[in-house]
Design a protein around this ligand. Structure first.
Ligand SMILES: CC(C)(COP(=O)(O)OP(=O)(O)OC[C@H]1O[C@@H](n2cnc3c(N)ncnc32)[C@H](O)[C@@H]1OP(=O)(O)O)[C@@H](O)C(=O)NCCC(=O)NCCS
Length: 189
């Protein structure tokens, strides 16, 4: 008899998760941002920089945001972070969504984003925004598949380079949550 593996479990991150999140974040950037961010940064700086970043972020949790993890058998497969939109134009900012390379294309990105949209709705928020590098075509396609609207274009400055990026947004997280639920294609339009 074969036993189906447990489905991925979602939970909020705590300070103890900083190291594992940083490792997944750096690995995902090395994979997704090759040719977008400088090799020097990806190969020699981003692991330590992400470790510092997540240690600081999770040591003083923000009451206005959350970091959500997807795990299977205690292996971290994906995470996202939600903070208030620093520009104040939208209720919330999706700051990171990363699925481990070996777990991509199995619905995990959608599941995690749907859980975040549900949480934002329950907190009384309506709109959600994010920035994506223009050259990150797969991520753009993923968000557009979930009906994100292109609302702004600009230049980001990171790791010593200027990178064209695009702001996407959803006006209604309730609709986004519905689009993220598994179900008939008609529901997701
Ligand atoms: C982008 C990312 C988060 C998507 O997560 P995922 O788990 O691979 O995507 P899912 O399996 O949940 O896909 C959900 C839907 O988006 C579509 N989709 C996903 N990746 C896609 C791609 N590269 N091109 C077109 N459609 C795509 C899927 O086909 C699916 O739609 P369907 O149900 O109609 O088939 C993930 O691939 C990732 O971590 N990429 C690297 C890091 C990154 O770029 N993060 C975003 C930074 S802004």
């Amino acid at each position: 008899m074969t036993v189906d593996p447990e489905p991925p479990r979602l939970r909020d991150a705590g300070a103890d998760d900083a190291g594992r999140i940083a490792a997944l974040h750096a690995a995902s950037w090395r994979w997704a941002y090759r040719g977008i961010l400088p090799d020097r940064y990806l190969d020699h700086e981003c692991a330590a920089e992400r470790a510092r970043y997540w240690r600081e972020r999770l040591s003083a949790p923000s009451p206005d945001g959350f970091v959500m993890l997807a795990e299977q058998a205690d292996v971290l497969l994906a995470f996202l972070a939600i903070w208030p939109d620093p520009d104040g134009r939208y209720d919330a900012l999706l700051d990171n969504l990363h699925v481990a390379p070996e777990a991509r294309g199995r619905g995990l990105g959608r599941k995690l984003l749907g859980a975040a949209a549900d949480r934002l709705r329950a907190q009384g928020h309506r709109s959600l925004t994010l920035w994506v590098f223009d050259a990150n075509r797969p991520a753009l396609a993923f968000y557009r598949r979930l009906d994100a609207e292109i609302v702004e274009r600009g230049l980001d400055e990171f790791a010593g380079v200027r990178i064209p990026h695009t702001r996407l947004a959803w006006k209604d997280v309730t609709r986004l949550a519905a689009l993220c639920r598994p179900g008939p294609a008609a529901v997701r339009s």
